[in-house]
Design a protein. Structure first.
Length: 140
């Protein structure tokens, strides 16, 4: 098995620090979002992001690391890793013990999938959809 490219590994680490942190802040502060400025909430969200980033980096050295190169596999993997990291970093506030961690993982997976459409291939998919909505011709 060929080793994963270091450029992809670095991208995985950086993205895994940001996307789970955002997902954690969204799920932890909803529905009022008044705590977005709270240092304590940012600490927990960053802890979740760092935990997810480290898990993803470790996983990139295994055969499962190949999933990071594929859009849907990456989203499922990151949603799962975010749920694990969120469960580790703090207790949930929902009635169901794992509810917040699972919701955070789901939101993270959706963010990863949405980001892959926006950032990969220089946003060609988004440009194409936008052109269809406006009724203009796309540049290919």
């Amino acid at each position: 098995m060929a080793d994963m490219d270091w450029k992809l590994r670095a991208r995985v680490l950086v993205q895994r620090l940001t996307q789970p942190t955002c997902a954690c802040m969204l799920c932890m502060t909803a529905p009022t979002f008044a705590n977005l400025a709270s240092v304590a909430h940012w600490k927990i969200a960053l802890q979740t992001g760092i935990g997810t980033g480290l898990l993803a980096l470790l996983l990139s050295f295994t055969p499962m690391g190949k999933m990071f190169a594929h859009r849907y596999g990456n989203a499922v993997l990151m949603g799962s890793l975010t749920a694990v990291a969120d469960l580790w970093s703090h207790p949930g506030r929902f009635d169901f013990d794992y509810g917040e961690a699972l919701l955070t993982g789901l939101v993270s997976g959706v963010l990863v999938l949405a980001t892959s459409y926006v950032l990969e291939n220089r946003g060609r998919f988004v440009h194409h959809v936008w052109s269809k909505l406006r009724g203009t011709r796309t540049l290919s």
